[in-house]
Design a protein around this ligand. Sequence first.
Ligand code: SAM
Length: 383
Amino acid sequence: MRYIGNKTKLLPFLRSAIARLGIAPGVVHDAFAGTAAVGRALKSAGWVVHSSDLMTYSYVMQRAYVVASSVDSFDELAKADAGIRGVFTERGLAAPHRSIIGAGRAIPLEPTDASATRLTAVAEHLAAGVAPNDGFFAKNFGPAGGRMYFTDENARRIDAARMTLHDWRRRGLLADDTFYILLAAVLEGADRVANTAGVYAAYIKQWQPNALRPLAVVAERPIGTVARCVAHQADAAQVAETLGPIDMLYVDPPYNTRQYAGYYHVPELIARGWFDDDVKLRGKTGLIADEEQKSAWCSRRDAPDALRGLLAATGACHVLVSYNTEGVIGDKSLRSILADAAVDGRVKRFTQRYKRYRADSDREGRRYKGDEVRELLYYARLR
Ligand SMILES: C[S@@+](CC[C@H](N)C(=O)[O-])C[C@H]1O[C@@H](n2cnc3c(N)ncnc32)[C@H](O)[C@@H]1O
């Protein structure tokens, strides 16, 4: 998903810093999970991940990409839903745990492969197979609702997909993991056809090429491990407090004064669940009325105390903080807060510029000539 602060491209930088520090996989708290890109990468690397974020769409992605380890067989769904039954029969997926026929011969599949093939078919059916519906998104976020976030057709398809999913869940036809995998796929699909410049603070007054494409729902197969990861929709410090002793805390907070709640209200609404007309919206962009999931980390005045509070609450041995040179907490202040919390008073800083990784120490006060640091990663040992 297009997301401010998404760390997907910086994963090699993060992995390399963890390797250089010699931190072995254990239990980690990805405290500002966002798209869950970091939690997902750490789970793949063998970590047991607890993740947290204030936003519902983030919780959906945490569940889909970090917590989920398996996919339904979809047998119950196929029994109850004639549309799905038809799709499975058409695609030769009617007997999921035996084989599929390909290139004239039977290709044996592991159960997970069969389930994954069915998952793809169910996701595609949600995008294009269920009848478009004039629901909440069509009424509020398409031209019929006076806003151009989605074409009428895509808004109606988003409504159909999310309402079908919630209906299946309500009837007990989907396991939780599968529900969240599919809901995350709808969120991401909607984001790809959103008529925005990347955030939902405004829509564009002319249709962009991406917005004119039909909604596509592409479900991601989960990382199947035995690691029991947990998602939280809550404040980072509150979750840190409940986790007790862990190995590592990863901190990737908002850097500036822009609140995520105002920038991503449309995915937030898609993620929230079953509703029709009972959510009140306000203003040109349809923000959620009377609700502010406001973060202290976006305030120049409050962010330093929020960081102190999080460091006091965590039981982690190691802390890594991603930050940016234009953040609301200045470099000096950030280093001093981390140094106060560190067991040895030391703070290490890794920087990334043009794909070169560097580390320096605050004690040496090194400056790189003409260095325009774009991404910073601070490290301190807490216990
Ligand atoms: C820079 S983004 C994180 C990006 C994430 N690492 C990724 O790769 O997608 C910051 C996130 O912090 C969340 N956030 C803001 N205040 C928070 C708080 N007090 N506790 C937990 N999460 C918070 C925002 O909703 C946002 O998703």
